[in-house]
Design a protein around this ligand. Structure first.
Ligand code: AMP
Length: 190
């Protein structure tokens, strides 16, 4: 199965993806994690993306598409991917469909975690205090939310039109959201 975990920054996509990896043996493909690894390793790619990311802007479609392409076959061979933080633009979504089609695969489900803005701000403030991630500071987070609303939210109709979208209440505890996601994955698209 190929699943997209969809939602704004700090909605809980990474936490839920890791839980699904543990429970279902799927492979998490997080472009944010890949980019942070590139920065930590001091690679050219990391240097190119560092300032863009700490501002809260999106890096180019070409960069993230290449990162996914490099990991896709391995994830498909392992039984399927959980896309976390990708796609974030319509161009990325179209590229993902094309890359999967080349492997004879497709997106099977898109689960949207619905979390309201006040809760996102509360979560990110907590994460910033605990982890000190530079793009979790209030100014960058505002830019990230704007990028989500402008570039990423328009993907919702893209997947709804394909009959792939299921919405889940992401406001509860990690456990409650996990139960809701399992229900969404194992039941019909709602
Ligand atoms: P995330 O951990 O998914 O919130 O991503 C952290 C940052 O990495 C984002 O704010 C962007 O700067 C960059 N990034 C991650 N994934 C993408 C993507 N699919 N498209 C563009 N930029 C991305």
């Amino acid at each position: 199965m190929n699943l997209i975990l969809f939602g704004p920054p700090a909605a809980g996509k990474g936490t839920q993806a890791k839980r699904l990896v543990a429970d279902r043996g799927m492979v998490q493909l997080s472009t944010g994690d890949m980019l942070r690894e590139a920065i930590a390793s001091g690679s050219d790619l990391g240097r190119e993306c560092q300032a863009i990311m700490s501002r809260g802007d999106l890096v180019s479609d070409a960069i993230v598409i290449a990162l996914i392409e490099a990991r896709l076959k391995e994830a498909e061979d392992a039984g399927g991917a959980i896309f976390d933080g990708f796609p974030r633009t319509v161009a990325q979504a179209e590229a993902l469909d094309a890359m999967l089609a080349k492997l004879g695969k497709k997106i099977d489900r898109v689960v949207r975690l619905k979390v309201n803005d006040p809760a996102l701000l509360e979560r990110v403030a907590k994460r910033f205090a605990e982890q000190g991630r530079s793009d979790d500071n209030p100014d960058s987070f505002k830019v990230r939310l704007e990028a989500y609303n402008r570039n990423t939210a328009p993907l919702l109709p893209y997947y709804a039109d394909k009959g792939l979208l299921t919405e889940v209440d992401g406001m509860g505890t990690v456990e409650a959201v996990a139960v809701a996601i399992d229900g969404a994955l194992d039941g019909p698209v709602s």
